[in-house]
Design a protein around this ligand. Structure first.
Ligand code: SF4
Ligand code: SF4
Length: 181
């Protein structure tokens, strides 16, 4: 098939987007001002129109179905529940999990010597959680992910380990949702 060539008049495009840009900006400012005045008035008369959560001082409770950052479940002993089977690593569609297994003389012989998740690539799909046979990786309610560099988004095992007590709601939810009772 012959290639179709389209000539673009870049100057005309620039001119038209310039005019549209001004109109869109004014429209946006009108909407913002309307909400600002309405909310300010509501706040002044003691009838707030919007619910405001003063993060980070206040916590915004999330439903159990909410999928935030994936974390590792820590047992009461502080050790990870993970047995380094690698299923979550295999299930992750964006390859952001990296596990290096190790062996111990404990009752559960395998553990993840290295367990990293690149939060900059994670898309919070929850497939790792679904694949895990040990309920060792779960989607937490955490969304506080920020860093000054890409390297800062690589979360290591010690950052991922979260006490099971803090994940109780989500663990109960996935047991029911995945029919694992
Ligand atoms: S939530 Fe999805 S993208 Fe993120 S680590 Fe798990 S499987 Fe990978
Ligand atoms: S988190 Fe679960 S699926 Fe992933 S390696 Fe550990 S036990 Fe296996």
């Amino acid at each position: 098939m012959a290639a179709r060539v389209t000539q673009v008049d870049r100057e005309a495009v620039r001119r038209s987007t310039g005019a549209l840009g001004v109109a869109a900006t004014l429209r946006g400012l009108r909407v913002t001002s309307r909400h600002f005045i309405r909310n300010l008035w509501g706040w002044m008369v003691g009838k707030p129109q919007v619910r405001t959560v003063m993060v980070p001082e206040e916590e915004d409770p999330k439903p159990a179905a909410f999928r935030g950052m994936p974390v590792l479940v820590a047992l009461d002993s502080g050790k990870e529940r993970c047995v380094a089977c690698g299923l979550c690593e295999w299930a992750c569609p964006v390859d952001c999990i990296h596990i290096e297994p190790g062996e111990t003389v404990d009752e559960v012989e395998r553990y993840p010597r290295v367990f990293d998740i690149d939060m900059g690539r994670c898309m919070y799909c929850g497939l790792c959680e679904e694949a895990c046979p040990e309920e060792a990786i779960v989607m937490s309610a955490r969304v506080d992910i920020s860093a000054f560099s890409r390297a800062g988004l690589l979360w290591h095992k010690d950052q991922l380990l979260t006490p099971a007590s803090q994940l109780a709601r989500r663990l109960a939810y996935i047991r029911e949702d995945y029919g694992r009772r």
